[in-house]
Structures are given as structure tokens and as C-alpha cells.
Unconditional design. Structure first.
Length: 449
């Protein structure tokens, strides 16, 4: 067997980013597709990040400075260095997350409606019904351009059935992405499994078997491909050599983090830790952010969704000194001490967003622009104030420049109670999709973004 047959036999594969030397050829092919591409020919990427339980509205609130620029609220201060890539969107709502005739269950509805703009059928049985999500609309149109049509991630355990919120199926609360009105896209929670999807080969069962073989041999994926990489390195120009070195170093650092997590399980004797989930919450979330960057960098996919935590999540945040559960705190009853703790949790989540966006900004595409320049990132929650369980004036951030089509450093305020689904119509247009007349409960396109 030659070397490439051996590599495939042990399940080793490393997808490479686009280099300066072959960008023109890749760009021409991308432009020919007509969708999911920037004006330069670089991939145009889309990610949706969800945070639970609303926010401390006062600390989140941003404003406009005298010079017309964006003045970020206290909670959003970690994003200051990236302000030119940021739009804060006000007055968006999800009316289909409100109680209506269905009564309690705001957390399930908030989670379910966030990317669908659709009201979930209230059931805890198998007859779930919602609607296709925005990320899957994109995947259906541009997914054929990449190895993975889309990538679904979560930093919460997955629950596929049962009653999770006042008669609503757990499927609504633990899934952000929906392939159809009855089929959620189950997210991946284990960084090791994500890594194997990106850099392993074969079916899921084959990748698992190959992983076990590499563990016995105590070798990483990169151990198997470095000889090929060294040969490739010699044939490259200086700029491409640097990019290859930085990329392979980044892949190895991620692999090392996963290996560390596998050696040190969660410090809870009552739980068995999944293989590659770090015990430290921040390390976990940032490792998943690293996976998103690698997936985009290698053009393995152009569409990602991630639940940073499912709505109603009641984990404590001991990493920042908060022992009470997040959901419990969200029912603050205007208590100043409780509101301060909520603001601290909100700030922590924004720090994780800033980490992800900074990595996107620091990673260059083949056109010389940053990946953040060539992306559109939506971050937000399906609830505004957790105490009120209201679903209007949602906390939403749009980051990235969309390949030069979006202007940052803006506070964009719509007329009251504008459907968030309108934003998705704008994004479909910018991705080059055939014109979508309606999505979810949309009433038109957003103005000003």
C-alpha cells in the first residue's frame, strides 16, 4: 500500500485552508456557484450562537455616541476592540415564542422559535411540529459546496424526548437547528467527535474505530500527515508556508486540549464525563469555538449553529464566583444583588463571544481579509428579561462584515416588535439565495443593517 492508502486505512485526514497561491482558482470556482461567496470569491460564512434566559436589560443596553458611533453597554464591553465589526440590533421579537393560547413553556418556545420564527406544537410526545430553521435553509442551498452541509454544536447535554418545559417536548429546548417541521438536527456536544468529523475519514463507526487504533498507537492525526505536510511545505511560497505552519499548529493545539480533557473527567462522581468535554466550563465553550474556526478555515462547512446553553439552563457559574443556578437567578424580581449576578453571567458569555470573534478576525482568508470580514455571526437569546419572560426587544448582535456588505459600529433600532425572522431574509439575500418571499413569521427585510 502506498502512503495515502495507509493514511486512509488508519483514518487520518487533514483538510487544508485556501492558500494565497491557489486562491484565484478556488475563487473562480466559488463565484461560478453563485451562492455562499463574497465579491472576492472567498467563502461567505454564517454562524448562529444562542444564549439562555435573557439578560440584565439595563446593563446590556447600548446607545449612540455624539459622533454617531456605537456606544456599547456595560455587558458588551469585551467587544469594544471589535466594534467596527459589530451591529447591536434593537426591537426584534419572536411573537411565536409568547404564550398565546398555550400557557407556560416560555423557555421551550424561546429556544424553538429563535431560528425558525415558528410556534412549536405543545406536546411532550412524538408528534412534535415546528418549522425548518434559517441555518437549514442556507444548508439546503449552499451545503453542496462543502464537505459538511452544516454543523450543529451544543454545550448542553442532548435530550431528544420527554417533557422538559410545561408540556413541551425536550426536542424543542435542546435543539436549535431543524431540518424540517418534524426533524431536529441533533447537535454534537463532544469536541472529540467534532474533531473526528473534521479530520477523520469514513463513517461515524469507522472514525470511532480509527480513533481507538490511534490511541493504542499513541499517535495523533497530525502524526500521520506531518510527512506529507513537510513535503508540501517545501513547494510553497513564504506566505503560504507561514499560513500552513500556523494552521497545523492550531489544529495540534486543539487536539492537545481534547486529549487533556479525556485524561481529566468532570469532577462529579455522580456523572460519567463524555470523552472530550473539559471539566472547566470556559475551556469547554472556547474549545467548541476553536472547532467552529477550524471548520470555517478549512471550508468544511459555511453554516454553523451552536447552543452555548439551552434556554432554561440552570447551571451555576462557579468559574466566575456564582453558585446559584442561572435560570433561578433570571427570576430576579428586580433584586439588585440578583441583577448584578445576571449581568456578570451575561458579561461572561460576551467574553466567550469576543474570544470566538477575535480568532475569526486574526485568521486570514485567501483574499487577505479576515474570516470575520467574510462572515455573518448572529448572537442572541429568545428571551429579553428572564423575570418577565418577554420575547420582544430581544438581545441580538450581528457581527462580521458579510464580505464587505455589512457596516459595523452601528446601533440599529427597528420599529417596535419587528420579527427577528426579517433578519434571516436579509442574510439569505446576502448569501445569494434565490429570493425568499417569506420565512417563519417575517413581514419583510430589516432596514439599516
Amino acid at each position: 500500500m502506498n502512503r495515502r492508502h495507509i493514511l486512509r486505512a488508519i483514518g487520518a485526514s487533514v483538510t487544508l485552508p485556501v492558500f494565497e497561491s491557489n486562491f484565484a482558482k478556488v475563487a473562480a470556482a466559488s463565484k461560478a456557484a453563485g451562492m455562499g461567496v463574497t465579491a472576492s470569491g472567498a467563502p461567505l460564512r454564517m454562524a448562529y450562537l444562542y444564549v439562555p434566559n435573557g439578560v440584565n436589560v439595563e446593563k446590556w443596553q447600548s446607545s449612540v455616541s455624539e459622533d454617531g458611533s456605537l456606544k456599547l453597554g456595560e455587558t458588551l464591553q469585551p467587544l469594544n476592540a471589535l466594534k467596527d465589526r459589530i451591529q447591536v440590533l434593537n426591537k426584534l421579537e419572536h411573537k411565536n415564542a409568547t404564550a398565546g393560547p398555550d400557557g407556560a413553556g416560555d423557555h421551550a418556545r424561546a429556544n424553538a422559535a429563535f431560528l425558525t420564527g415558528t410556534r412549536p406544537r405543545k406536546t411532550s410526545g412524538a408528534n412534535i411540529q415546528l418549522g425548518i430553521s434559517a441555518d437549514q435553509i442556507l444548508a439546503n442551498h449552499i451545503g453542496h459546496l462543502t464537505r459538511l452541509s452544516s454543523l450543529e454544536l451544543s454545550c448542553s447535554p442532548v435530550r431528544r424526548s420527554g417533557n422538559c418545559d410545561s408540556g413541551y417536548s425536550c426536542a424543542y429546548q435542546y435543539n436549535l437547528s431543524w431540518r424540517s417541521d418534524t426533524t431536529p438536527m441533533t447537535p454534537e456536544t463532544d469536541p472529540r467527535h467534532v474533531f473526528e468529523r473534521l479530520f477523520g475519514v469514513g463513517t461515524g463507526a469507522e472514525r470511532q474505530k480509527n480513533l481507538q487504533r490511534r490511541r493504542v498507537q499513541q499517535q495523533s492525526i497530525l502524526d500521520y500527515v506531518l510527512s506529507d505536510a513537510k513535503g508540501l511545505h517545501k513547494s510553497m511560497g513564504y506566505t503560504d508556508q507561514q499560513k500552513l505552519d500556523e494552521y497545523l499548529t492550531g489544529v495540534r493545539e486543539v487536539e492537545k486540549q481534547i486529549e487533556k480533557a479525556e485524561r481529566f473527567p468532570l469532577p462529579d462522581p455522580g456523572r460519567e464525563a463524555p470523552e472530550g468535554i473539559p471539566s472547566d466550563r470556559q475551556e469547554y465553550v472556547r474549545l467548541m469555538a476553536d472547532m467552529m474556526v477550524l471548520a470555517f478555515q478549512t471550508d468544511s462547512t459555511r453554516v454553523i449553529s451552536m447552543l452555548m446553553a439551552n434556554d432554561g439552563d440552570n447551571r451555576s457559574h462557579k468559574q466566575i464566583g456564582i453558585a446559584e443556578g442561572h435560570h433561578t437567578l433570571s427570576h430576579h424580581k428586580s433584586n439588585p444583588d440578583t441583577l448584578a449576578k445576571i449581568a456578570k453571567i451575561d458579561h461572561w458569555y460576551i467574553e466567550q463571544l469576543a474570544y470566538f470573534l477575535q480568532k475569526m478576525e486574526q485568521t486570514k482568508d485567501g483574499d487577505g481579509k479576515s474570516m470575520l470580514h467574510n462572515s455573518m455571526i448572529v448572537y442572541g437569546s429568545g428571551i429579553c428579561d428572564g423575570n418577565r419572560h418577554n420575547h420582544n426587544n430581544l438581545p441580538v448582535i450581528l457581527a462580521g462584515s458579510g464580505g464587505g456588505t455589512l457596516k459595523g459600529n452601528q446601533l440599529i433600532t427597528q420599529t417596535a416588535d419587528t420579527p427577528m425572522a426579517n433578519l434571516f431574509l436579509n442574510q439569505f439575500d446576502l448569501m445569494g439565495l434565490p429570493k425568499q418571499e417569506r420565512f417563519g413569521d417575517s413581514t419583510g427585510r430589516l432596514k439599516g443593517i
